[in-house]
Design a protein around this ligand. Sequence first.
Ligand SMILES: Nc1ncnc2c1ncn2[C@@H]1O[C@H](COP(=O)(O)OP(=O)(O)OP(=O)(O)O)[C@@H](O)[C@H]1O
Ligand SMILES: [Mg+2]
Length: 373
Amino acid sequence: MDRPFIFGIPVEDEHFIGREEEIQRLANNFRYGVNTILLSPRRWGKTSLVNKVARLVASKDLIVVKIDIFPCRNEYDFYNTFSSAILKQTASRFEEWKDLAKGFIERLSPKISLSPETQSEFTISLGITPKTHTPEELLGFPEMIAKKKGCHIVVCIDEFQQVGEFPDTLNVQKRMRSVWQHQGNVSYCLYGSKMHMMSNLFQKKSYPFYKFGEVQYLSPIKLSAWTTYISDRFKRGGKLISEKLIQQLCESVEYQSSYVQQLAYNTLLLTENEVTETILAQAIEDLTDQNSGIFIEQVQSLTSYQLGFLRAVLDGIHKGFGAKEIRETYDLGVPSNITRLKQSLINKELIELSENGVIIGDPILRFWLKKVL
Ligand SMILES: Nc1ncnc2c1ncn2[C@@H]1O[C@H](COP(=O)(O)OP(=O)(O)OP(=O)(O)O)[C@@H](O)[C@H]1O
Ligand SMILES: [Mg+2]
């Protein structure tokens, strides 16, 4: 049986809704070779969007390579993942692979496992080290393949913020930028789930990736798209939900895509015939409980100062934390504590900076904190 709502994993086909403008913009960037940095809070749909656009634009002349570097811990880890993904996703057959990588693999003893049924399925473990290849050579690898094949390649790197955690990260970033910015046949789409780390990499003037490409912010999926999708899924289950309650549902989680889907699912399970406000309220409680494990993990190691800071934000204080009265009410310690407190909570992804000052961006986290703090 089909799952009525999907959350926690990238969505596709009928589960992918809205985002018409973002799809067009990103597709054009892919076609015209414009580097793009995608930014959004967690679980808004970056990976799903890139997957969608990749399927849309891919052709013989435009190859989209998708790489997830979440497990990479250092520069050469990255090069191994990067090079094998590029090889694998640009060559359709093993023979072509050998030809494309000529001049590149002779120095390696790659472990290649062919699938028993078909010669087109293979896994590669390249074993690249600083002794076999220089960083510049490796970073130039997609350009070499694009030229050989006479095509354009878009390299999409998910969880790119990992690069910011590599040892000697600034030099690694400098090397990447200096090679990539001169490539005429390859462009990049970089995105990741840790928004504040991604913002640091791309929006600080002193960082090598500053102004590397167009920064695209994901906006929330519109109410009209959610209305069609949610009411349709309720109907299929023989249940009803009014447009007003769909709007209420979306607003209660501030249109955060994954939460909308999970909350809609909770609501569907609680509904016998038609959704009521009481049912929706219960579904929000359930959503909070379902996420409490993650929240507990996020807050359990906080100091009393950090907890005090969160209490202040929950009470509607967004700036001026250094004021004596606020520091005393919320037990924030001395004024010199404040900057460090703020930064540590940003790093833990509990708070973020908005135009109006410090906020807790996750509506369900806010709801939960109000109950437990
Ligand atoms: N276009 C969409 N239509 C419907 N639901 C969506 C859409 N995009 C995202 N979602 C919802 O959000 C969830 C997360 O999507 P996805 O993994 O693409 O987000 P992400 O921004 O890459 O997340 P992360 O920040 O964890 O990397 C999906 O499981 C789905 O519930
Ligand atoms: Mg993602």
